[in-house]
Ligand binder design. Structure first.
Ligand code: ADP
Length: 252
């Protein structure tokens, strides 16, 4: 009786999507959305068809980072994602208005995300989407747990800055994914360098027994590109940051 598996939590798989990858962080402001946008661009650069689902209910930043505006059109019973930089994009910020306060509780947030997941035309029968990158809200609380329980994730990438406080939160994020049996595909260290230190995420990945996917320096170009609505990987495809994201894209 004790060992009987719990009934699986029902999840809605989006139609015509091959893989769903989450980008997560234990705390806000570590560069999770920056990584999600650039990882998506790097996956597209590998020739994959890629979508971005901005599920950050606290502060949807994909419309700004990817330079898209306007409510999505509803055609033949499904929402059309915005297209930019070769990516299909759907965001909470496009549906609700970027400036609306979205202080949502877990069930409401997960319902809205399920809708974006299942009612967006990510792919078609003949042209399925290869990868959907989901930018999760930061943190490891009830909202995040409900979301990752209800969203059919095939794997998660965790972003952290090098300091111990951030790494402790990254550890909690990994534990949360373990709880719902979503494999952690690896850790990325962001803002690595003399300001915040370096090497912490690599050591943490080793402790957790998950892959270390690489580090990104604190880089003005990365921030400027994000502010300008274009991932640096697309704006400067031959640059050092694009090269690092190509390595990550090849490993996830
Ligand atoms: P999160 O999604 O974790 O809240 P964001 O991706 O929104 O974090 O990043 C927060 C801010 O930091 C943004 O202005 C972004 O452009 C900037 N930023 C993120 N990573 C870097 C980096 N490696 N170098 C410089 N600025 C960065």
């Amino acid at each position: 009786e004790q060992n009987r598996p719990k009934a699986p939590v029902p999840t809605d798989r989006p139609a015509h999507v091959r893989r769903v990858l989450a980008v997560a962080s234990g705390k806000g402001g570590v560069g999770k959305s920056t990584v999600a946008a650039n990882l998506a661009a790097a996956l597209a650069a590998r020739g994959l068809s890629v979508g971005v689902l901005d599920a950050d209910v606290y502060g949807p930043s994909m419309p700004t980072m990817l330079g898209v505006t306007g409510k999505p059109e509803f055609v033949d019973g499904a929402m059309e994602p915005h297209l930019a930089h070769g990516l299909k994009i759907m965001s909470m910020g496009l549906l609700a208005g970027a400036d609306d306060a979205m202080v949502w509780r877990g069930p409401m947030a997960s319902q809205a995300i399920t809708q974006m997941l299942t009612q967006t035309r990510w792919g078609t029968e003949t042209q399925p989407l290869d990868v959907l990158v989901v930018d999760l809200p930061p943190g490891t609380g009830d909202v995040q747990l409900t979301l990752i329980q209800k969203t059919p994730l095939d794997g998660a990438v965790i972003v952290s800055t090098p300091q111990e406080v951030a790494l402790a939160d990254a550890r909690r994020a990994h534990t949360l994914f373990q709880k719902v049996k979503v494999p952690t595909l690896g850790l990325i260290e962001n803002m690595s360098g003399p300001v915040f230190g370096s090497g912490g995420a690599k050591a943490e990945a080793e402790r957790l027994g998950v892959p270390f996917l690489g580090d990104l320096p604190l880089d003005a170009g990365l921030r400027e590109a994000g502010d300008a609505g274009r991932p640096l990987v697309s704006a400067d495809p031959d640059g050092e940051v694009a090269r690092r994201f190509a390595v990550v894209a090849a490993r996830v």
